[in-house]
Design a protein around this ligand. Structure first.
Ligand code: 5AD
Ligand code: SF4
Length: 450
């Protein structure tokens, strides 16, 4: 099997998926070939430790790689990302295949390190240092981009919410230079991207660190929005406390900025929010939602919620349910609180019992399902525009027609029948919504594709 076959296994968030895509592109640019796991000589596990037994997941995945490859010592395994940052060289113990561990900032040097390791079979490398500034990555060498592209604008986070491991694993906040962001966006648009999502752990604190070049989040948003060829602009993840008037105003003044905002509330009770260290209370959040909706009446909001944070009482949880109802989120990611090592909350004594957390999670999810279904149902009959991403995996009857899927400006997934014989990827398709499913919409073409 050729030495240059590689496979990447990714856990976790959009930032991780983005890192893996870059890694795949950078390795491909150096002549490596992406293959299924069974044919790979280099296996990269890009890990996430934000939630749920991450160490266990990594161990299970390492065990799977070992058994699939019969423990072949010529297979090179690299563990990258948050779990690697956290466990460091411990990952070398008891597994001869693991020869590279690279933390959040170390990922940048993984392609070079892999080349070096291939030439020095006895070597093991760890790349665990944090850089003090945002370091630009080598180009990934794609010639054509997906219509929906992601661009990093910062690394790390300075907020130290009591439950969160990110400031420890991804390091302190480092903003990327505006020129580099704009150059990458221009390049992606030149290669066919039509939608860009700006990525960071706390995007609206962009610029407020020593790497900042004086450009604010609202500035960079406006500068990206003005790039020719950009149809849609989004960002994740903002922090409610950092939403400045200019960020809110952008929803009415920047045409490409989509009417959708993922705004993590985390909890509805003031006592819990305070102990989480979120630096806003429930009224602040509701006021923010009100002004956002005034500025952008059709804004669709989604959120993240943690249930069973230490000390959360039944009344506190009811406040979360109330918050969810009042805000009418179109969707929500909800999680049971879990201890992350080294965080403040891990030391809080008043933990909520696992069964209680689970029971609250189910109640919250049932409520959210209802709200999401209502949101989707309310869309039926509306005219909108889909940016087509791929052919739909679903089958369809009609001859000369193919089912495609894309997203509307609110980020909802929608299926639409389009004429066969053309690749509609990256096309903007005007439609009317005809039906709401449980998690997606059906739409009918109405107008000219562009
Ligand atoms: N327990 C449960 N959920 C967590 N999150 C972050 N840390 C924890 C934790 N210790 C959730 C938050 C965050 C999302 C990315 O993960 O809701 O917004
Ligand atoms: Fe974690 Fe809070 Fe930073 Fe989000 S804002 S990454 S929850 S510390």
């Amino acid at each position: 099997m050729p030495d240059k076959n590689f496979h990447i296994i990714t856990f976790g968030c959009q930032m991780n998926v983005h890192d893996s895509r870059w890694l795949a592109g950078a390795l491909a640019a150096r002549g490596f070939v992406q293959t299924p796991l069974e044919q790979a000589r280099i296996v990269i596990l890009n890990t996430c430790s934000v939630r749920e037994k991450p160490e266990q997941k990594v161990k299970t995945a390492l065990g799977r790689v070992q058994s699939l490859t019969g423990g072949d010592p010529d297979v090179l395994v690299a563990v990258t990302g948050c779990v690697a940052q956290q466990l460091g060289q411990k990952l070398f113990e008891g597994n001869g295949q693991v020869r590279l561990v690279a933390g959040s900032d170390g990922i940048n040097d993984v392609p070079g390190a892999i080349e070096r390791l291939l030439g020095e079979p006895r070597l093991r490398l760890s790349l665990l240092d944090f850089t003090s500034r945002y370091v630009e990555r080598e180009p990934a060498g794609h010639s054509r981009s997906h219509p929906v592209a992601y661009v990093n604008i910062m690394q790390g986070c300075d907020n130290f919410c009591a439950y969160c491991i990110v400031p420890y694993t991804r390091g302190r906040q480092k903003s990327r230079a505006a020129t580099a962001i704009l150059d990458e966006c221009r390049a992606l648009l030149g290669q066919g991207a039509r939608e860009i999502t700006l990525l960071g752990q706390n995007v609206n604190a962009y610029g407020r660190d020593k790497s900042g070049d004086g450009t604010s989040f609202a500035d960079i948003l406006a500068q990206v929005a003005a790039l020719p060829g950009l149809e849609r602009l989004r960002y994740v993840t903002p922090h409610p406390k950092d939403m400045k008037p200019a960020d809110i105003e952008a929803f009415s003044s920047l045409a490409p900025l989509c009417p959708r905002l993922h705004l993590p509330v985390q909890a509805g009770a003031d006592r819990v929010l305070a102990r989480m260290g979120r630096k806003y209370d429930s009224q602040d959040f509701l006021d923010l939602v009100a002004i956002l909706r005034k500025t952008c009446p059709d804004l669709a909001l989604s959120t993240d919620i943690i249930v069973g944070f230490p000390g959360e009482s039944e009344e506190d949880f009811d406040d979360t349910l109330e918050m969810v109802k009042t805000c009418g989120f179109m969707s929500a990611f909800s999680f049971c609180y879990s201890d992350r090592p080294g965080t403040r909350a891990a030391l809080f004594p008043d933990k909520v019992a696992p069964e209680r957390k689970q029971e609250r999670l189910l109640r919250l999810q049932a409520l959210q399902e209802e709200l999401s279904a209502r949101w989707l149902n309310d869309r039926v009959g509306q005219k909108t525009c889909l940016l087509i991403e791929t052919r739909s995996p679903r089958q369809l009857g009609g001859e000369g027609e193919t089912l495609w899927q894309g997203r509307d400006p609110y980020g909802a997934l929608a299926h639409v029948v389009l004429p066969s014989g053309a690749d509609h990827t990256g096309r903007m398709v005007p439609v009317v919504i005809t039906r709401a499913g449980k998690h997606s919409l059906s739409a009918r073409l109405e107008g000219d594709i562009w």
